[in-house]
Design a protein around this ligand. Structure first.
Ligand SMILES: Cc1cc2nc3c(=O)[nH]c(=O)nc-3n(C[C@H](O)[C@H](O)[C@H](O)COP(=O)(O)O)c2cc1C
Length: 192
């Protein structure tokens, strides 16, 4: 029985002023209010090489790979805000998810995806809010065995979405975000 779900939260953007990072920060706050312990990271702090199977044996001690594996192993769930690049997810997000799906040859890391509950978000200055990329991301995570909650959130015209206090201008959006994070938390706690 898990009383305080541990969530790992990150965006799929490397950009300093990323809207998706901002969005995942707001989601992390909502999840904390809902009772989760949230570790918020930036993928720019974990620069993994582009996955080439030939290099995997020599990269097993790569410090950022080890650090990210430890964070993934420790988390009960993930909150991911995914920018949309040409209708799909970003290369850095796919590369990260691929690395985390690989086993360490010495057994020190087993992919933990099958035990993860995942909440998805996206943000874009455009009209569709990045929703097309989320269907690809949902497929990928489902294919590795994660449970992606049905509630997801795509924020269009994101440059106008946030108030100065950091939450959404539109109160209905705050409620939708809360519904998504609550769903992740309740499933992990076995309440759904
Ligand atoms: C290569 C590339 C492709 C893009 N394709 C899309 C797209 O298909 N749909 C969309 O809404 N925005 C697209 N954008 C714009 C991004 O949504 C925008 O740059 C956004 O701010 C990226 O997220 P971030 O602020 O979290 O980095 C694209 C941007 C780049 C660099």
């Amino acid at each position: 029985m898990i009383n305080t779900p541990k969530l790992l939260a990150f965006s799929g953007s490397l950009r300093n002023d990323s809207w998706n990072h901002k969005l995942v920060c707001v989601a992390a706050d909502a999840a904390r209010k809902g009772g989760a312990e949230v570790t918020l990271i930036r993928l720019s702090d974990y620069r993994l090489p582009l996955l080439n199977q030939d290099d995997e044996p020599s990269l097993q001690t790569h410090p950022e790979l080890l650090a990210l594996r430890a964070l993934f192993s420790d988390a009960d769930g993930l909150l991911i805000a995914s920018p949309e690049y040409n209708g799909s997810l970003t290369p850095v997000l796919k590369n990260t998810l691929d690395w985390m799906s690989r086993l360490a040859p010495d057994g020190s890391y087993q992919s933990a995806y099958p035990n993860k509950v995942v909440g998805l978000l996206s943000a874009s200055p455009g009209n569709l809010g990045g929703i097309r990329g989320l269907s690809h991301l949902r497929d990928i995570l489902t294919s590795v065995g994660s449970l992606v909650v049905p509630q997801q959130m795509s924020v269009n015209a994101v440059h106008a979405a946030f108030s100065e206090g950091g939450s959404f201008v539109d109160e209905a959006m705050n409620k939708r975000l809360e519904a998504m994070t609550d769903s992740v938390i309740k499933i992990i706690k076995g309440q759904r």
